[in-house]
Design a protein around this ligand. Sequence first.
Ligand code: HEC
Ligand code: HEC
Length: 475
Amino acid sequence: MLTGCDQSADQVLQNAAPALSIKEATPGGDTSVSYKPFASFELPAANLPVEARPLFHAGKALAHQPWVKAPTITDTRDGLGPLYNARTCLMCHTKGGKGFIPETNEVPIMGTLVRLSKPGFDKMKGVIPHPVYGDQIQGQSTSLAHQLRHSQKPGSIAHDVAPEAYVYINWQTRTFTYPDQYAVILRKPELDFRNLGYGPFGEDTLFSLRVAPSIHGMGLLELIEQKDIDKLSDLEDGNNDGISGRSNLVWDVEQQKTVAGRFGLKANKASLKMQVAGAFANDVGISNSLFPQQPCSQQQITCNQVTSGNDKNGVEISDHLLDLVTDFNRNLAPVIRRDFNNKEVNQGREYFYQVGCQTCHQPDFKTQDSDEFPHLANQHIWPYSDLLLHDMGPELADGRPDFLATGSEWRTAPLWGVGLQEAVNGSKALLHDGRAETIEEAILWHGGEAELVKSRFIQLPKKERDALIRFVNSL
Ligand code: HEC
Ligand code: HEC
């Protein structure tokens, strides 16, 4: 097998790892923070100027503290729902990390979303929302009956606004066996909807289960120049490696035009602000200037009748507070690497390049100039993602197109911090729907454009597979 010193000339042409750079130790450049005394994805960029720190903490408070039902006296924090998924951002992105998915079908999902739609395409929405349920299942409502979990008991009080559905997961398991006979159990989720609040979905409804991703490093990803991403896109697969990433093209509600998407698991959001504003509107039910509507379809009558928390501008969160939360998110720091000089880790790094993981998990970028966020500008960063869509094959497909992304395309998941996610908040969930609980399982689910790379991984002897996984865990 290849190690730093015994590569033959043509193998070097293939996928030799570049010389290890000390810069790789700090994935967020000067913004990187330590994992001591404990690992966290909710720390401010290490170089965030002192004068900007109070604003970061104000944004953090808004992302942390629960929103409440309107009306209240403290009208800056009301307007929750009436339909919603969680009362705060960080209930799903716990400590800035991944959401959770239940291990059994005894509890409904919480830090996880189900999107839904009907077949078809809409230039501004990317999907055709379900006529009754919209494009996201909201499993919670401000209804007293729901809040008291009363509705399933005999003699229960009636809902005013029924939650849309309680979603449970049934896990289907199977065993994967390597050529060298090592076996791994893989599990795949099946959705189990209970207590549908507004009637049946109809047969042609498309669903997509999505675990909340980690949200550190977003401001750095935002400052990557689009042309640096475009350079990695290989639409016609000109280099014949079976891999042809492409950008999603999505509607930007601020610029009122179609642009390349970057945020979200199918890169379906144009900007960080749109992502945060969309989360407020749909996940928490807090209307804002980008998404002023309540999370109710026309057919959800009582939902539309409930008192909103709108201010004099007709929204539940002002632009000022929305910007504070966006800036908080923008400034969440990547964490420095562990075991950077470890021999096995660096052998694993060789195998990572050798099998070709970096063809999608693009190791590094340089962020562009920025007068607005100079501390995030011109940083050499290591997110391990090309931010492009790739066809990942039928096993990972959700069958639900979103703008240009087909039902089997996903944005390459950034790998920075992936080895710390469990230490950050306990969540092991990997891949878009949380089906993988280890790096190894995540790799084994790769298919489609990643099939060849995966098969090279599978052919490696166990010791080398373990080293590769250890490298990914050090990111
Ligand atoms: C119910 C759980 C939930 C809540 C509440 C929630 N999110 Fe998310 N968040 C998600 C999921 C799931 C995704 C992936 C969305 C997708 O691709 O469809 C996501 C995506 C994101 C992303 C994009 C990350 C990336 O890698 O591109 C950011 C940033 C984000 N959320 C921030 C927020 C903020 C800020 C709030 C509060 C206003 C919030 N979220 C509330 C579940 C949640
Ligand atoms: C063809 C592009 C491609 C190649 C090659 C590829 N990946 Fe991925 N990887 C992706 C995409 C896209 C996702 C997100 C898939 C999803 O969420 O369902 C992903 C997800 C992952 C995840 C889960 C991360 C998370 O936070 O959920 C890990 C770990 C991972 N890849 C590691 C690897 C390793 C190691 C290799 C090499 C053996 C590799 N990948 C090769 C595209 C690729």
